[in-house]
Design a binder for this molecule. Sequence first.
Ligand code: FAD
Length: 289
Amino acid sequence: MKIRDILKIEEPHISFEVFPPKTDAGYDSVLAATEKIAALKPSFISVTYGAGGGTSKNTVSIASHIKKDFGVTSLAHLTCVSSTKEVVHQVIDRLKEEGIENVLALRGDIPAEHEFPLPNHYRYASELIEDIRGQGDFCIGAACYPEGHVETEHKKDDIINLKHKVDCGVDFLTTQMFFDNHILYNFLYRIREKGITVPVLPGIMPVTNKKQIARIGGLSGTILPERFRAIVDRFGDNPAAMQQAGIAYATDQIIDLIANGINHIHVYSMNKPEVAAAIIRNLSEIVKN
Ligand code: FAD
């Protein structure tokens, strides 16, 4: 099913995200975790795409299992900055062969070791989106950044660039994670005012261990509210308590979003079926996926 049709359903829905293994050795365990997440019947499962190597080649394969074997709609991420256009076209052909209808079209982070853009490479996600549009009947999603993308100095320029990207053929947007819902509400107000009307799926990350917190710290610009910091200070060194508190914090964010009229929420479940299951349990009377 195309995600743009799922997003027309005016009932609360949760989708989840998994990432492919870094090496082929981890493939079976990722697939097993994905199957457990699929058993929770989310509205869809997205599969991230690495810049190269094992992770990128496994994205289409895992997305295909999700659809064909686990009976859940899948969304394959595709980044373009580190590959030639020919390689990207080969991935698009594989998506078509596997009957995957939904693509999250991304630029990817600029590799530090190359000049940018390289000849015969894409510069921005908008170019990839135009290309995918021309190559099949895909439902295309793209990324957006409620706190602004790290490379853009002024948020207003980021929104101008986002408007251009959406106009290239985007069906829906998924946000970068955020930990204060007011940031999302403010962002929605600003983009709607600029004529960006496609559905926006807030991306919620249940932070369940200290390592994740260090990674989030590396995403410059992500504001960590006092309430969140207090949880990490108190429970960061106690893995079980941190997991419980992180799931509760994410649940709280989701309930607030739904209470404010946002029906579709994407959860960065990070290959952790137990975290995904706890979120679904916490929302059992609110979300009937
Ligand atoms: P773009 O939309 O191209 O934007 C990149 C920057 O260029 C922004 O600062 C934008 O304002 C600017 N820009 C865009 N168009 C123009 C223009 N015409 N003129 C001037 N400036 C312009 N990374 C992965 O490697 N794999 C993944 O699976 C993955 N999944 C993600 C999922 C989500 C929901 C999100 C939010 C991010 C994800 N990322 C992933 C990270 C993403 O690849 C990086 O954040 C990357 O730096 C930007 O990608 P983009 O598609 O947003 O780029």
